[in-house]
Design a protein around this ligand. Structure first.
Ligand SMILES: [Zn+2]
Length: 144
């Protein structure tokens, strides 16, 4: 059976720290992430030869992921913290995102999939998300 998939690539810069990791990634550092969003067509291309406009994926992914996470500092929320923003690092982390998990590439993929759930246009389903942390290291989450 033939299946048609479309992929759009996104890039954003993000800082994070992995305090549960016993290594240098415990410290705040940054990556230029590359995110590949792949959707699978539900049916055949329409009369215009498309299953969807790439700009539709672009708009949704930028709104849900790229704009919030680009140039943000992403940290796990401390379990014993009573507030969402216990520390803005002296004002240097105005765009601070605290998540209920360690922000590894793997965990971010599950989070990004949740952010896109139910947001994609008719005619396609989210097939996979692939997140490159470096040029040579990536994780892929298959959703179908
Ligand atoms: Zn890292």
């Amino acid at each position: 059976m033939k299946k048609l998939r479309l992929t759009k690539q996104f890039t954003f810069d993000m800082a994070h720290a992995l305090p549960l990791y016993q290594g240098k990634c415990r410290n705040i550092h940054g990556h230029t992430y590359k995110l590949h969003v792949t959707v699978q067509a539900v049916g055949e291309p329409g009369p215009d030869g498309m299953v969807l406009d790439f700009s539709a994926i672009k708009q949704i992914v930028e709104q849900q992921i790229v704009l919030p996470f680009d140039h943000a500092l992403v940290l796990p929320r401390k379990q014993d913290s009573a507030t969402d923003a216990p520390d803005s690092l002296g004002g240097y982390a105005a765009k601070l995102i605290l998540l209920p998990f360690q922000p590894t590439t793997e965990n971010l993929l599950f989070h990004f999939a949740e952010l896109l759930e139910g947001k994609l246009p008719d005619g396609v389903q989210l097939y996979s998300l692939k997140l490159y942390e470096t040029e040579t290291s990536c994780a892929e989450l298959l959703l179908m």
